[in-house]
Design a protein around this ligand. Structure first.
Ligand SMILES: NC(=O)c1ccc[n+]([C@@H]2O[C@H](COP(=O)([O-])OP(=O)(O)OC[C@H]3O[C@@H](n4cnc5c(N)ncnc54)[C@H](OP(=O)(O)O)[C@@H]3O)[C@@H](O)[C@H]2O)c1
Length: 334
């Protein structure tokens, strides 16, 4: 891989070159590569090829979840790469997540064990509490339980603190190197910080130029919790959620910066978040885009370009993932 530039001194503080992909220190000796392959809505058939392409071009971080139902395909490719010696287990950072139907202390170990079996590894690098709103499935495969009217069958008794304690036990058991939260708000994170024995190493939340989550990121920074941005390209497949705004990848400011720097709009959006200090996990099933999205360590956005992109923030209005299923639940984070 090419030599990387450090865009700013503050950014350099948290920047290491573990295994050649720039990475964020997680505070316990572990490192999370700044860029990972997102896999939401990547079906098995395309998952294998996407991951092979990603590993070939240098990705060493993959983000999945029980909910995505592609852990098996990811496990197949991981096994192929590990067995051939092209990578060692230590060189690949694997994140997976507890499904909403597993948001009970007694369910955590079982769901993580199932993930490990599918991924064909003995531990994950990061296990995330996927969502604070629990659901009640009829069995472990009923990942999006809905009633006859199509409404999510939520579990009103979700107890975040007790689930977190069960997640901590996964570190003790050697099944997870790091643990973290996803889709939690400030108050919920503070509640976990009050009771935790092992602090969350990471928060995975929706962050992109339209929804920059400044308060949430400041809280994480204060407590030494790294942030990973999901939907970093503005999830164009959910473009309807953007209302009157242009799809982020087509925003004139983004396109103009990209043209001036001879980069793609996606590279500009990813580089923007990385320069703000976050990891990014863009999803693509297109080999050319998977390769392009990784080329974000050999250029730098100027202070002017950064502030121009910072001006795109629409606060709460910029949120694309509305997660309607969570609206009536006492732990709805939004
Ligand atoms: N924790 C959570 O609750 C949560 C929620 C959502 C997502 N996530 C994670 O975050 C990852 C990323 O989020 P996301 O997939 O929702 O959205 P995203 O990465 O912002 O956008 C992915 C979309 O952008 C397209 N795309 C990718 N690269 C592109 C490029 N260079 N130019 C133009 N289009 C491009 C992809 O299409 P092609 O495949 O055709 O390239 C795909 O439709 C997910 O895959 C998942 O791993 C986590």
């Amino acid at each position: 891989m090419r030599e990387t530039q450090c865009p700013s001194e503050s950014w350099c503080d948290s920047f290491t070159m573990a295994d050649q992909v720039p990475s964020i220190e997680l505070g316990n000796g572990g490192n999370m590569p700044y860029i990972g392959l997102g896999t939401f809505k990547t079906k098995d058939c395309e998952m294998r090829e996407s991951l092979r392409v990603a590993l070939e071009c240098g990705y060493r971080h993959v983000d999945t979840a029980t909910f995505y139902q592609n852990e098996d395909a990811i496990g197949e490719v991981l096994q192929e790469w590990l067995a051939s010696g092209k990578v060692t287990r230590e060189e690949v950072f694997i994140t997976t997540k507890l499904p909403r139907i597993g948001n009970r202390a007694g369910d955590v170990a079982r769901f993580l064990q199932k993930s490990l079996e599918k991924l064909r590894v003995s531990y994950v690098d990061l296990y995330l509490f996927h969502h604070p709103v629990g659901a009640i499935g009829k069995d472990d495969d009923d990942l999006s339980p809905v009633d006859s009217e199509g409404n999510s069958i939520n579990d009103p008794d979700t107890d975040l603190e007790s689930v977190w304690k069960a997640i901590e036990e996964q570190v003790d058991a050697g099944r997870a190197r790091n643990i973290g939260l996803s889709n939690f708000n400030i108050v919920q994170i503070e509640r976990i910080l009050k009771v935790c024995r092992i602090r969350p190493a990471n928060l995975q939340v929706e962050v992109h130029a339209y929804h920059q989550q400044r308060d949430l990121r400041a809280l994480c920074h204060k407590h030494g919790i790294s942030v990973c941005a999901f939907g970093p390209l503005g999830a164009p497949y959910m473009a309807d959620g953007a209302g009157e705004r242009p799809v982020l990848l087509e925003h004139p400011k983004v396109v103009s910066i990209a043209n001036r720097l001879a980069r793609t709009p996606a590279q500009v959006l990813l580089r923007f978040l990385i320069q703000l200090g976050m990891a990014v996990i863009p999803k693509s099933s297109n080999p050319d885009r998977i390769r392009q999205n990784f080329q974000v360590f050999d250029f730098e956005l100027s202070t002017e370009d950064m502030s121009s992109l910072e001006d795109l923030d629409c606060g709460k209005e910029g949120k694309i993932f509305t997660m309607e299923f969570s609206k009536s639940h006492p732990e709805c984070p939004f």
